[in-house]
Design a protein around this ligand. Structure first.
Ligand code: 1CP
Length: 344
């Protein structure tokens, strides 16, 4: 039997001498080859829906660095679009969407069974990748978690404090909860289809989980994640799931058990020593080098990467950043991070 891939070993709970490594936003604007392919596609959404070009940009960081996982090139905002929201990207600013804040707007969304019409090119990208990746590289699918996706659907854009979503939660809980339920259902179907197209593990990005406090965190970050994972495990019991409740802080404790996640991804606001004692005890962890090291580099990058490997060495660990790499990063610093993690 072929040796299991290193990412899948970590997700199965194995402790390895050298942690496997990949990087959030590893295909992105810090890479000249990404910028060239993106220019060829025209705009960002055309790149996401062009299976051949999306395959190419997914492969670029694998060719350049040999990461242990390839993450599907797509975006969390394709699900709102598949549900019928308008979506476009303002150059230099970010995403814009038509907003959903009333029962009428909610009713106008498309039924979940229809999302695949929009999303079928994404499944084709995964099928391409399943045939193109080196045999040791794990193919990772992903989606946004319901709360994070809802913050964009409610505000119509990215927001620093997720204010509009918190306001709808306070003012019209029925519409807010119905929207979350719709996204949850769509996410289950989307991730199942990704798995059927070849994804060997999937990740749920809850980038704005940290703005939910107390019972809200349990109800709108933990519970939908648990619901999605339970549904995926019922259909695809062997496919591991990584959950990323960014900014969870002390709520990281117990997140494996409460959600059924095989791995909990850590942002850089928690120290690796704390997380080793309090989170890695209950399962695999991923993370958590601060992204700014990919800009600043130097000895600090090496020291911090070594400290993270050291802190997590007695349990299952996947090395990653605490959040996505930024466009101003230096590609040489990425190589230095990889050399440090693999070479000691
Ligand atoms: O100009 C460009 O090329 C667009 C920049 C870009 C890229 C490279 C966007 C727009 N999305 C992506 C790809 C992307 N997005 C991936 C691909 C795989 C990889 O990691 O390499 C993934 C997993 C995402 C996920 C995503 N999109 C998240 C969750 C992770 C995170 O970073 O917190 C979020 C919040 C988004 C929304 C989004 N898409 C793009 C932008 C600029 C944003 C953030 C908008 C905002 O809040 O202002």
């Amino acid at each position: 039997m072929a040796e299991q891939k290193t990412i899948l070993k970590a997700l199965a709970g194995e402790t390895q001498d050298t942690p496997p490594i990949w990087m959030m936003r590893q295909a992105g604007r810090y890479l000249p080859e990404y910028k060239a392919t993106r220019a060829q596609a025209g705009d960002f959404l055309s790149l996401c829906y062009n299976s051949d070009l999306a395959t190419e940009v997914t492969l670029q960081p694998i060719r350049r660095y040999g990461f242990d996982a390839a993450i599907l090139f797509a975006d969390i905002l394709l699900v709102p679009q598949a549900l019928g929201a308008d979506l476009w990207f303002e150059a230099g600013e970010g995403p814009r969407l038509s907003t959903i804040t009333t029962e009428k707007e909610l009713e106008e969304l498309r039924p979940v069974v229809e999302i695949h019409q929009t999303l079928s090119p994404i499944y084709q990208t995964l099928r391409n990748l399943a045939g193109a990746l080196p045999k040791e590289t794990t193919l990772m699918g992903f989606a946004g978690a319901p709360w994070t996706v809802a913050t964009y659907m409610i505000a119509g854009r990215g927001t620093p404090d997720q204010g509009p979503a918190h306001a709808l939660k306070a003012e019209n809980k029925a519409v807010f909860e119905a929207l979350l339920a719709r996204i949850t259902e769509a996410t289950i179907e989307y991730l199942s289809a990704q798995i059927e197209a070849g994804a060997e593990c999937v990740k749920l990005f809850d980038s704005w989980a940290g703005s939910l406090k107390g019972g809200d965190f349990d109800a709108y970050a933990t519970a939908p994640t648990a619901q999605i994972i339970a549904a995926l495990k019922a259909r695809h019991p062997d496919i591991p799931v990584i959950a990323f409740p960014r900014g969870a802080g002390e709520k990281y404790v117990g997140f494996h058990a409460k959600t059924g996640a095989d791995c909990v991804a850590l942002d850089d606001s928690v120290t690796p020593e704390w997380a080793a004692d309090n989170v890695q005890k209950t399962g695999c962890v991923q993370g958590n080098l601060a992204s700014y090291h990919m800009v600043s580099g130097g000895q600090a990058l090496v020291d911090e990467a070594r400290a993270i490997v050291e802190a997590f060495r007695n349990g299952p660990h996947i090395f990653n950043l605490g959040h996505g790499i930024t466009p101003d990063a230096n590609p040489d610093n990425v190589q230095r991070m990889i050399d440090t993690v693999r070479g000691g």
